[in-house]
Design a protein around this ligand. Structure first.
Ligand code: SF4
Ligand code: SF4
Length: 115
C-alpha cells in the first residue's frame, strides 16, 4: 500500500541519504585525512550544505563562503573531504585525491577547510 505520493518520496529519500552520509562523516572524522589528498579549499561552500545549509555558513560579496565558527568548527568540517569516498562535492571542491601507492611517496595531509 502506498502511503506517500511518489513525488514526495524522492526528496525524503534524498534527505535521509544526506543525513546518513553526515552521520558517517561525523563517525569517521577522528580518523586521519587520506595521505593522497591534494589541492586546497576554494571556499565554494558546497560541503556546508550537506544535506542542508549550515546556519553558520556565510558568503561574502564575491560569493566566497566562510564559517562563522571557523575556529570551533567540528572535525568533520576541518577534515572534509577526508577521503575520496567521503568527497560528496567533487564537482566544485578544490580537493582531489591521488593514489600515493602508485607514485611511491606519501606526503603529510593538512586539515584545511574554508567552508
Ligand atoms: S565549516 Fe562551519 S559553516 Fe561549514 S558546515 Fe562546518 S560549522 Fe557549518
Ligand atoms: S572543502 Fe571543498 S566543498 Fe568544502 S568549501 Fe572547500 S572547496 Fe568547497
Amino acid at each position: 500500500m502506498q502511503t506517500t505520493p511518489p513525488n514526495r518520496r524522492q526528496p525524503l529519500r534524498e534527505v535521509a541519504a544526506g543525513l546518513s552520509r553526515k552521520i558517517q562523516r561525523f563517525a569517521t572524522s577522528l580518523l586521519p585525512v587520506d595521505a593522497g589528498r591534494r589541492g586546497d579549499c576554494n571556499r565554494c561552500g558546497a560541503c556546508c550544505k550537506l544535506p542542508y545549509p549550515c546556519p553558520f555558513l556565510r558568503y561574502d560579496a564575491g560569493g566566497l563562503s566562510s564559517c562563522a565558527v571557523y575556529h570551533a568548527r567540528p572535525p568533520s568540517c576541518r577534515k572534509y573531504p577526508r577521503t575520496a569516498s567521503e568527497n560528496l562535492t567533487p564537482a566544485t571542491c578544490g580537493y582531489y585525491f591521488v593514489d600515493v601507492t602508485e607514485i611511491g611517496r606519501a606526503q603529510p595531509a593538512t586539515e584545511q577547510i574554508g567552508g
